[in-house]
Design a protein. Structure first.
Lengths: 269, 269
């Protein structure tokens, strides 16, 4: 089974393109809504939440975990990879993130070598996009901007209201002033405001979403690793887990994915 | 020692008037910022968080706890009072909330018997203000309105920006249409936007803040209960505990209270 882990609902923007591209596999989605949003929490706490999620998912027999959350990926992915994938028993396990696929795509797209990144405070403060991009091309300038109000606005369904547009415009002022030609949406919630991003940035700035590039990257990965792909169950099952109210989780998820799901299981981490 | 418990920073608007009115006592302030904001969480989760906080504070020898958080008060106060104050060993312990003082004040103030309440989703959905007010006067109409974006806006320091004003104006439309003459700020964060509330509501609607009425009510309570008052330590000490980054907590608290504090202790609940 392939598991996606997110702080709450944001990872659904990663699950959706994955389901479209690779519908045959079984998926488990864990949203830690009971402690969302992660974005303003300390690195230490996000690491602890991520460890708990990974331990839970491995205990359920999951072999491949995707951190479908930029905040968890940027603060904790390397940490959990080092902690949980070193032993002999763990060689058939894998944890992937959403950062590298988006960073690689942005490098491929940029012409003027100026890339912007928007995300939560934790993601932007970690400077992980800058680090990863500069590992591959040290001449690229990366400009990060934290947009901490976007997740609460989106979780409230205010993404199309004029106040949200105005707040986003203020957040994007620095990005525009830095003359970037490519912008990474470094938070899996932000695609839910894609129209606003496009209206504010115009056609000259190319926008990179984590979801689609991660789905592509997962497909490539499975093609290259038959030893992992062969072990995955393929019945098209979808299972949802949450640390908060399952009914609310079901409603939001069905609306966003446009499909019926069975009642999510409420778990404690 | 008297302890104040809040989901994060909001309870500081209760601590401030208490320190002004009753500076002689020792205080402990516990802000569960690591899991804030509570307002969008399920009742079940908030109850669990409240139990953990109460158990922690009693284990530290605290005798009197004030739930300086409307969300915790409205969903969990009765529950923790029933769970932790029934035994023989527990007769010298007390847990107080911020709801009753505000409800009593509003009843005293209203002339047309129409009272509005604003708060988080959890507080408004609990209908606890309505219940408490109607226990005392069943002819009073209570109109509740959840304002879930205010806490994130305030935590980001956006309280004076035009977008926040505009969002608040939308939230208060129903309240104004219901022709109330009194409004309870049913969230301890909201006094940080008091000017905006006043500008939108005008002079005809009287605004009730939890902090000041709770401080008054605590003073009255201690005067009436010398058996508890006599056991409280009186050295004017202040201790701060947080479940998230202590340095950030220190900075915010010092700025709001206008005084230096020693580094908060980071704890796990």
């Amino acid at each position: 089974m392939i598991a996606l882990f997110d702080s709450g609902y944001g990872g659904l923007t990663v699950l959706k393109p994955i389901l479209k591209l690779l519908p045959e596999y079984d998926y488990m989605y864990l949203g830690d809504s009971g402690r969302a949003p992660y974005g303003n929490h300390s690195t230490e706490n996000i690491k602890m939440f991520s460890e708990q999620a990974v331990e839970y998912l491995f205990s359920k027999g999951v072999k491949l975990i995707i951190f479908a959350c930029n905040t968890a990926s940027s603060t904790s992915l390397r940490h959990v990879q080092e902690k949980y994938l070193k032993g002999k028993d763990e060689q058939d396990r894998k944890i992937l993130g959403v950062l590298i696929p988006a960073a690689e795509k942005a490098i491929e797209v940029t012409k003027n070598k100026r890339i912007g990144v928007v995300g939560t405070k934790a993601t932007i403060n970690s400077k992980v996009y800058e680090t990863e991009i500069n590992k591959l091309d040290k001449d690229i300038k990366v400009y990060g901007k934290a947009c901490p109000l976007l997740v609460p606005l989106i979780e409230e369904g205010w993404q199309n209201k004029p106040e949200s547009h105005s707040i986003l415009k203020k957040y994007l002022r620095d990005i525009k002033n830095n003359n970037v030609d490519t912008l990474i949406l470094g938070c899996t919630h932000y695609p839910l405001m894609l129209k606003n991003f496009k209206r504010i940035l115009g056609k000259k700035i190319r926008i990179i979403e984590s979801g689609e590039v991660t789905a592509q990257s997962l497909k490539t990965y499975l093609g290259r690793h038959p030893e992992i792909e062969g072990k995955l169950s393929k019945k098209g099952k979808k299972e949802f887990l949450t640390t908060d109210d399952p009914a609310r989780f079901k409603e939001f998820t069905e609306k966003y994915l446009g499909m019926k799901i069975k009642m999510p299981e409420k778990i404690s981490l």
